[in-house]
Design a protein around this ligand. Structure first.
Ligand SMILES: *[C@@H]1O[C@H](CO)[C@@H](O)[C@H](O)[C@H]1NC(C)=O
Ligand SMILES: *[C@@H]1O[C@H](CO)[C@@H](O)[C@H](O)[C@H]1NC(C)=O
Ligand SMILES: *[C@@H]1O[C@H](CO)[C@@H](O)[C@H](O)[C@H]1NC(C)=O
Ligand SMILES: *[C@@H]1O[C@H](CO)[C@@H](O)[C@H](O)[C@H]1NC(C)=O
Ligand SMILES: *[C@@H]1O[C@H](CO)[C@@H](O)[C@H](O)[C@H]1NC(C)=O
Ligand SMILES: *[C@@H]1O[C@H](CO)[C@@H](O)[C@H](O)[C@H]1NC(C)=O
Ligand SMILES: *[C@@H]1O[C@H](CO)[C@@H](O)[C@H](O)[C@H]1NC(C)=O
Ligand SMILES: *[C@@H]1O[C@H](CO)[C@@H](O)[C@H](O)[C@H]1NC(C)=O
Ligand SMILES: *[C@@H]1O[C@H](CO)[C@@H](O)[C@H](O)[C@H]1NC(C)=O
Ligand SMILES: *[C@@H]1O[C@H](CO)[C@@H](O)[C@H](O)[C@H]1NC(C)=O
Ligand SMILES: *[C@@H]1O[C@H](CO)[C@@H](O)[C@H](O)[C@H]1NC(C)=O
Ligand SMILES: *[C@@H]1O[C@H](CO)[C@@H](O)[C@H](O)[C@H]1NC(C)=O
Length: 380
């Protein structure tokens, strides 16, 4: 069994040896990491590949983190070596990041997960890193937060941080949007037959209106043609730029609709045309989603925000609110692991200043989506 090779009974001893410990020895030196060792033992070719790398950071889930996951009904996914490999690759950051490198300014660090079965963020899917109070927190798909419980275990190729929860490989846009209760958007995208494009176009930035945003312009959507709906929706997608909040500035971005949106940052608040970003940086398989409080109107590209107002005027003149949330009858039903739920969503770390106006539904989808895009199949 591989695990014997990984975790020799003769554990690394002398503290002075720490500087030069290899990965095997470093893992063996912490009893907290035995389950990670077992899991790595399931994918020996990945272990071999890791041994060749230098300048990496391993986010190492503790035994308790693995227990939380394996308690979920998705534990069966651990029988798929391809999925295990992808999940573990996502736990390896490209570069040596010590705890002191993580600051209160959110950063986005590329990982070694590049397999296009799981990500279409070229250059490696990222994790979000932020210092929250005294905690170093790494956020992943579905806003899953993993907190470092033991930092800066050095080894010969970089550094290891022990984390209290497995990272969630970012799921595709549709799955993530359903988990975030953005069901009107998902229904609209399905109605316009844009789901596949939105889910698989590489390197996207998506501005995702809330259900309330769609409802507030319900009258304008009532009799709209599929072409006009598609024109509105493609105006919410920027391709070729993964616009994490860390790189957004006052600028214009060209959307899939070919028309530009204007990004403006006023006192730290981010606006897209006149819409306010109410939840930034939701990582998805092919880029990043920012949730906004208004539907963008390609025929009203000059709409500007009034930053003193907590809510903005709809960008569709004359539109009035509908009694129902539009398009929600057209949300596809997830099948596969996502539908079976799980338990690894759990409680979360203390929240930071970066505004999460709309909490994610935790629990069922969180664990299920660990294995992201590939494992989740929609009935279309
Ligand atoms: C890692 O270090 C241990 C202890 O020093 C050694 O026994 C083992 O052969 C090393 N493994 C590799 C792959 O170099
Ligand atoms: C996992 O399940 C076992 C048995 O039901 C329970 O004792 C344990 O507390 C659970 N662990 C976690 C982290 O949920
Ligand atoms: C990418 O993932 C797929 C599905 O798990 C797997 O079959 C394939 O071997 C992986 N590719 C690489 C280069 O690891
Ligand atoms: C380590 O990786 C980081 C991030 O990719 C890079 O900036 C740095 O130059 C690398 N350092 C070495 C010594 O390779
Ligand atoms: C981490 O911080 C140290 C000291 O400030 C710096 O030299 C190093 O480049 C940083 N590493 C990365 C990957 O940013
Ligand atoms: C790390 O990133 C550099 C570019 O910054 C890239 O050349 C290298 O292949 C990446 N390494 C891994 C292991 O992903
Ligand atoms: C990445 O893009 C390819 C081609 O467009 C697609 O087949 C694949 O499903 C996408 N991967 C994910 C995780 O969405
Ligand atoms: C999801 O959206 C619907 C419709 O806007 C709303 O009634 C419901 O309360 C929302 N659920 C959550 C968990 O936010
Ligand atoms: C995706 O973005 C990365 C990083 O910005 C870039 O290097 C790459 O060329 C882009 N790929 C595509 C297909 O747009
Ligand atoms: C960005 O644009 C906003 C609104 O137009 C303005 O208030 C702000 O000062 C600009 N910021 C920078 C750095 O130019
Ligand atoms: C454009 O948006 C503004 C709100 O930012 C709204 O007041 C105006 O009526 C809209 N114009 C059109 C033509 O929809
Ligand atoms: C993770 O932490 C952020 C703030 O640090 C918070 O906004 C978010 O809701 C948390 N995620 C979950 C799933 O609770």
């Amino acid at each position: 069994m591989q695990i014997k090779k990984l975790l020799p009974l003769a554990l690394a001893t002398a503290a002075s040896a720490q500087e030069t410990m290899n990965l095997t020895a470093a893992l063996a030196s912490s009893p907290e990491l035995s389950q990670l060792g077992i899991t790595l033992g399931l994918v020996p070719e990945l272990v071999a590949a890791l041994a060749e790398l230098s300048n990496i950071t391993l986010l190492a889930p503790s035994n308790a983190a693995f227990e939380e996951f394996t308690n979920s009904s998705n534990a069966a996914a651990l029988s798929d070596p391809g999925l295990i490999q992808a999940v573990l690759q996502y736990h390896v950051l490209n570069g040596t990041y010590y705890a002191q490198n993580v600051t209160e300014t959110t950063s986005f660090i590329p990982t070694t997960l590049m397999n296009t079965s799981y990500t279409n963020v070229t250059g490696g899917q990222v994790v979000k890193a932020v210092l929250t109070g005294d905690n170093v927190v790494f956020s992943s798909g579905l806003l899953t937060n993993s907190t470092v419980t033991q930092a800066d275990v050095t080894f010969d190729s970089g550094v290891i941080h022990i984390i209290d929860r497995l990272l969630t490989v970012p799921a595709n846009v549709s799955t993530t949007a359903v988990a975030a209760n953005l069901t009107s958007l998902v229904g609209a995208v399905t109605t316009a037959e844009l789901a596949e494009a939105v889910d698989t176009t590489p390197n996207v930035t998506i501005f995702a209106p809330t259900n309330e945003a769609f409802q507030s312009i319900g009258s304008a959507l009532g009799s709209i043609s599929t072409e006009d709906l598609a024109s509105i929706l493609t105006y919410h997608v920027v391709s070729g730029t993964v616009g994490y909040s860390s790189i957004l500035s006052n600028t214009t971005l060209t959307t899939l609709n070919d028309a530009d949106v204007t990004i403006s940052i006023v006192d730290g608040a981010v606006f897209v045309n006149s819409a306010r970003v109410v939840m930034a940086d939701v990582l998805v398989a092919n880029g990043v989603v920012h949730v906004i409080d208004n539907v963008l109107n390609p025929a009203n590209a000059t709409a500007t925000p009034d930053a003193t107002m907590s809510t903005q005027m709809p960008a569709f003149s004359g539109a009035s609110s509908a009694s129902e949330v539009p398009y929600t009858s057209n949300v596809p039903t997830p099948t596969g692991p996502a539908a079976t739920g799980g338990a690894a969503g759990g409680s979360e770390t203390s929240s930071s200043a970066s505004g999460a106006a709309m909490p994610m539904r935790t629990g069922a989808v969180g664990a299920a989506a660990l294995f992201g895009g590939a494992a989740l199949v929609y009935n279309m």
